[in-house]
Design a protein around this ligand. Structure first.
Ligand SMILES: [Ca+2]
Ligand SMILES: [Ca+2]
Length: 395
């Protein structure tokens, strides 16, 4: 099911789903900002499904006047968490400012290194932490992550930040610039829920920005962290679609423009390539509306992109992607496409494929008589007979 090329499909056409049965989009996943730890747990179904993972650093022993360095993997085996500062990871009781970094019931708190001297000016030490996840020795993802930011009280000087990224490094959502009183302990959490309000483990990395200096430097905004809480990391089979949203307005604009053009345009249209199972690439494009691309597979929506288009002197269509265009696995789109006319049919081909397509008159798989195939063909054109030889459209 997860093969990259629809070879099995072409060898066994009887295994195909019924014509036109392009899988429906997967439920969309959205990130929710939560400021109440109880609500965070409730959204993740923690009461029914067992405990959340919680790292509060209280078990660290031997803390005296100086902070204690902990390994990034200290919580890997027990909790599936890897915690990486810019230059070491440190815990301490109060980082020498007991009134600012008031631990309350908590005894031990966290700050990312490197350590800077109290009198530091200019460079002032670490303030960024990365949280990543492991499960059974493999990279893993969580559906929710929260942390307590202690003494976030100078947001204008240095906004604190909590940001979640998917496995491709795409930003899923973030909160930044929050603040409270001196010594406050602010919880901020991000929870990924699908359309059915079920937790979706799509968060592969979390970035925490705690002020802009090592906490005992008394120049700018010092902030420490505590009480990291997250859903149990998962990997492997529980692959879920990453968060895809946006582009709906553009898609509607393109649809309207295509309806207005009613086919009276050299290449505007709605194109498809795929096998109806793991590979279903749809690309709509119109001269003013731009393009809207989506990739659906067995497990839902794998990728989506959209943006404006431009045409160069060679008649090539350039797609200007608004989201990162990662071309691997079940993702990505050619950003450069050549429109090709073959009788009443229209194809969109990557430029490097055009020469052989024209020379071999479609090659082994074209002209096809079903919507399934390796090349982007305008939807509905599979019913049209070809006439003559295919040719580039340059206009
Ligand atoms: Ca603690
Ligand atoms: Ca502060």
């Amino acid at each position: 099911m997860l093969s990259l090329l629809p070879l099995t499909l072409l060898a066994a056409p009887q295994a195909l789903p019924p014509e036109g049965a392009i899988p429906r989009a997967a439920p969309r996943v959205r990130l929710h900002l939560v400021e109440d730890p109880a609500r965070f747990a409730a959204l993740l179904g923690a009461t029914e499904r067992g405990d959340l993972r919680r790292v509060d650093f209280e078990e660290v022993q031997g803390i005296g006047a100086d902070p204690v360095l902990i390994r990034p993997e200290r919580y890997a085996e027990s909790d599936g968490l890897i915690l990486t500062g810019e230059g070491g990871q440190y815990v301490h009781t109060d980082f020498r400012f007991p009134h600012d970094y008031a631990a309350g019931d908590s005894r031990v708190q966290f700050a990312p290194g490197p350590i800077a001297p109290p009198q530091a000016r200019g460079w002032r030490g670490g303030c960024r932490t990365q949280a990543t996840f492991v499960h059974a020795g493999r990279p893993a993802r969580v559906a929710g992550f929260g942390a307590v930011f202690v003494d976030a009280d100078w947001p204008d000087r240095a906004p604190c930040r909590l940001a979640a990224y998917d496995q491709n490094g795409v930003l899923l959502g973030e909160t930044a610039g929050f603040s409270g009183a001196n010594g406050s302990r602010l919880f901020r959490g991000l929870v990924a829920l699908d359309e059915d309000h079920q937790p979706a483990a799509v968060i592969a990395r979390v970035e925490l920005v705690s002020g802009d200096e090592w906490p005992w430097v008394d120049v700018s905004e010092g902030v420490v962290l505590d009480d990291l809480v997250f859903s149990p990391p998962t990997s492997g089979q529980q692959w879920r679609p990453t968060w895809f949203a946006g582009g709906e307005e553009r898609e509607a604009r393109i649809d309207a423009e295509l309806a207005e053009l009613a086919g009276h345009h050299p290449w505007a249209g709605s194109y498809y390539q795929g096998d109806g199972t793991g590979v279903n690439v749809s690309l709509k494009l119109a001269p003013d509306g731009g393009f809207y691309f989506s990739w659906h597979g067995c497990l839902g929506e794998y990728d989506r992109n959209f943006g404006r288009i431009s045409i160069d002197e060679a008649g090539l269509i350039h797609l200007h992607c608004e989201r990162p265009n990662v071309r691997k696995g079940f993702q990505g789109i050619d950003e450069l496409l050549a429109p090709v006319r073959w009788g009443d049919r229209r194809y969109l081909l990557p430029p490097e494929k055009v020469v052989s397509f024209l020379a071999e008159e479609g090659g082994r798989w074209e002209p096809r008589d079903s919507i399934w195939g390796f090349d982007l063909l305008r939807l509905g054109d599979e019913d049209k007979a070809v006439a003559g030889a295919p040719e580039r459209i340059v206009e």
